[in-house]
Design a protein around this ligand. Sequence first.
Ligand code: ATP
Ligand code: MG
Length: 729
Amino acid sequence: MEYENHPLLRVLNAQQRAAVTASLGPALVIAGPGSGKTRVLTHRIAWMLSELDVAPWHVLAVTFTNKAAREMRHRLDRMLGDTSTRPMTLGTFHATCARILRREAEVLGLSPNYLIFDTDDQLTVMKQVVADMGLDDKRYRPRSLLNAVSSAKNELLTPEHYPVRTYYDEIVVRAYVSYQEGLRKNDGLDFDDLLMETARLLQTDEALRDRYRDRFRYVLVDEFQDTNIAQYVILKQLALGHRSLYVVADEDQSIYSWRGADCRNITRLREDFPEVHEFLLEENYRSTQVILDGAQAIIAQNPDRTSKYLFTTKSGGYPVVLHEAYDEQEEADYIVLETQRLLRTGYKQSDVAVMYRTNAQSRALEESFIRHNIPYRLIGATRFYSRKEIKDVLGFLRFMLNPDDDVSFMRVVNVPPRGIGAGTVGKVAAEAQRLGTSLYRGLVSLVRSGTLRSRAERALTSFAALVHQWTVLRDELSVARLIDRVLADINFESYVRDGSDKGESRWENVMALRAVVAEASTVSLVDFLTDVALVADVDELADEVDAVTLLTLHGAKGLEYRVVFLAGLEEGLLPHSRSVDSPSEVAEERRLLYVGMTRAEERLYLTYAFRRGWRGYRGSEPSAPSRFLKDLPAEVLKQPEDRQHRGAKPSWSVTSWGTQSRDQRTAEPLPELRFKTGQRVKHTYYGEGMVLESEYEGRQEMVTVVFGNGIGVKKLLSHMAPMEPLPQH
Ligand code: ATP
Ligand code: MG
C-alpha cells in the first residue's frame, strides 16, 4: 500500500491505517482494550489536518477527561511538529458545552459570567428546596433527589416530561422545578445542565444549530460507549450537517451507566447514519497473552455481547497472581511489599497502579504505603479543589464575579468568622425576600437604610463595603492579584494558619492555588472559574511524579501501567452490594473488572480479603471472593503453592471452589426473616402493601411486596428498604 511509509501511518498496523485514512463520512471503530483506539483517533485528526485539508477550527474532538484531552493535543503537536492544533476544539463534553453556553448564555437567560455549580453547591440548593417545600429530609434525601434530577437531565427530560408513576416521582418533579429556579436565580448551571441546555439549544434553535454545524464540521469522539443520551443528541445535531462523525468505542468497557451512559448509542448511531463505515482493530499492543486471556475469560461470561477477536504478539507473560489476605490491612501490606520487591527488580514507582472499587478502600493502602515509605499519589477522594480552604478562596472569587449568587454569599459571609450568625443573615434574607432580590442586594439595601447597628450588623456593613470594592477591582486586576487582594482584605492567612500542622498544610494549599493561578496569568476570572469547576478527579494526575498511583476502577479508563493490582475482589465490593440484585448491573461490574485487568501491561495481581473492616463497624462477617474470580482459567493463574510469602495457609481459596459450596464457607446461622408472607407493611415511598414472599438470597433477606395505588409488585432488600411491618389486626 502506498500509504505505508507515510510518517503518520508507519507506526500503525493495516487495520489501524484503514481506519485512520477513512473517507470523511461517518465512521465507527469498534475494538477491544489496548488495540489502539485512542491512537487511531489521534492519528485520524493529524491525518485530516495534514492530508485532507481540514482546517483545525472546524474540528471538534471529545475525550473522556481533561487529562486525555491535554495528552492528545500534546501528541498532535508533536506529530505535526507545530501548534496548528491550537484553534481546534479538543476537550470533554462538559468543557466544550461550557464554552458554547458562555457564548450563548443570553438565549438561556443567563449572564455570560454564569457559574458552574459543583456537587456541594448543588446540594446546598437542593437542601434549600427540600426545606422550602416543607419536606422531611430524611424521607426525601436531597442527595437522592439530586440523583433523580441528574438522571432526568442526562436523558433530556424536563420536569414537564418527567414520567410520574409514584408519589415520590411527583416530589421529584416539584423539587426539579424549584431546583432549576434556584440555580437560575443564582445565575448558575450544574454539570448536567451544561449538556442538557446545549442539546436543547441545538435541537430547538435552527440558526444556532447551523452556526455550530458550520463551525464543527468534523466531530470525533473517544470512549463513545460511555456517552449519555444528552451527549448523543449533541453529537447527532452537530453531525447531521456534514455527516462527518468519527467515533471509537468498546461496549465491553462501558462502565458509566450509573451516570446515564447508554451504550445503545452505538445502535442509534448506526440508525441515524446508515452509511457509517465500520472498522475493527484486533491486535492488542498493551498486555501480555496471559493477561489478555484472563481478561477475555472474564468478559466472555457477560450475556448479550458481541465477542471480539483480540490477539497479542506478546505471547506468554507472568502468570496472574491471585492473593487472599486475611483482612484489608494485610491486603495492603501484601501489595506494598510486592511493590517494593518489584521496585528492586527495576520497575519504577510510576509503573505501578493499585485500583479498587470504592474510594474508602484507599485508606488502608495509603497507610501501608506511608509506613513503608513508598511515594504514592491518590486520585480522587479529597480532591484539591474540594478542600475547605480552597473552596473558601474560590467562593470569594465566585462571589466577586456574581454577587447575586446566594450560594457563594452564604459560603463566604462569615469567613473568617465575623460574628455574623444565622439571625443576622436571617435579617438579610428577609430584606432580600421583601425586595424579591438576592441576599447581597438585600444586604446593600439594609446598609443604605442605616438600620444595621449591633456588632454583628456592623460586621455586615463592612463586609458589604469589601464586596463593593472587589466588584470594582474584578475588571481591573488579574486573577492572581485578585486573590492576593482578597487574602489580604480578610486576613485569611492568620485565620488559616492557626499554629497547627493542619493549618500549615491548609496555607500551603492556598499558596498552591495561588501558584496555579499565577501560571495561567492571562486567563480571565470567568474562564479560570470554569476550568476549576470542570476539573475531574482523574485530571489531577501530575504526570511527572514518580509515585505509585492509587485510583478507582472508574478512574482507570484509558490508562495503562506495567503493573496493576486490583484490590478488594470480593462479593459486595466487586460486584458492589448495590448491584448484586440486578443482572445488568452485575454485568457492568464485570466490565469494570475487565477494564481494570486490561490496564495491565506485564503483571496483574488480583487480591481479596477474608475479612474486611472487621476492626471497624462492619463486624467480622467473612467476605466471599468475587464471583467473577471463578471464571479465571487456571492456566493464567500462578498456582497457590507458589505463594510462599504468605504466612498462614488460606482458610479457603478460590481454587477450592469445586469442592466447597459458598454456604459452607460462610456457614453461620441466618437470623430469622423479618417479614412473612401475608404481613402488612408500610413503605416510605410506596405506601402500604402486603408481603407476598420473603426469603434469603445469599445472606440477605429479599422481600416481594405488592403495593396499592397502581404501584404493583416490588422486590426489595429487607435491610435497605425504608419499610416497616404494620401491626396485624
Ligand atoms: P483502551 O480501550 O484501553 O482505551 P485503546 O484501544 O484506546 O485502549 P491505545 O491506548 O490507543 O488503545 O493503545 C494501547 C497501547 O498500545 C498504547 O501504549 C499505544 O501506544 C500502543 N499501540 C497502539 N497501536 C500500536 C501500534 N500499531 N504499534 C505499537 N504500539 C501501538
Ligand atoms: Mg483509549
